[in-house]
Design a protein around this ligand. Structure first.
Ligand SMILES: [Zn+2]
Length: 178
């Protein structure tokens, strides 16, 4: 386990067993009110310039399979989440689902009404606006995502979990370096 300033690295097999993680959350340092199991992915750097040149389908599928090979995941068991973490997560997920399902309902509803009613062409604009809202739901969704909340990600080789700027209470309770 390394202790670079602001970054803590834990072996993936320690994080993957329940009971090894601190009792305080990594973000706020507050006592955990619940434990969450999830899967963390590694970040993948995609080489951008080549992607522009090889725009054929074969190049694309090769890149996608490269991407699949480069992504590493680590199981996380019993990550501590405090009241603030769970509230933040619940809030952003609620905003995301209101945007998504509200947008979807408005889209379908305005199309249905426009199909049966005369002189209501403006509903097409409503449908378009609602449709444009759907992908935007990804932003609040990612704000409420566990990697974003916890500040953790899997290392590029998949052997460890990297936690950026953990709270002092979290760092103090980590298993000792081996
Ligand atoms: Zn927290």
């Amino acid at each position: 386990m390394s202790r670079l300033p602001g970054v803590v690295t834990l072996p993936a097999d320690i994080v993957g067993q329940p009971g090894n993680l601190p009792r305080h959350c990594s973000r706020h340092g507050l006592p955990a009110i619940r434990r969450q199991d999830f899967v963390l992915q590694s970040k993948v750097k995609i080489e951008g310039n080549r992607a522009l040149l090889q725009s054929n389908v074969i190049g694309m599928s090769e890149r996608l399979s490269d991407f699949g090979k480069k992504v590493r995941t680590a199981d996380v068991k019993g990550w501590p989440l405090c009241r603030k973490c769970t509230n933040t997560r619940a809030l952003w997920l609620a905003v995301a689902s209101v945007m998504f399902f509200g947008g979807l309902a408005t889209f379908v509803g305005s199309l249905v009404v426009a199909a049966v009613a005369d002189d209501m062409q403006w509903l097409g604009g409503v449908a378009f606006a609602a449709f444009a809202l759907l992908p935007l739901a990804a932003f609040p969704f990612s704000l409420g995502s566990l990697p974003r909340l916890t500040g953790a990600r899997t290392s590029p080789d998949g052997a460890s979990v990297i936690i950026e700027k953990p709270s002092q209470a979290f760092a103090a309770e980590l298993p000792p370096a081996q």
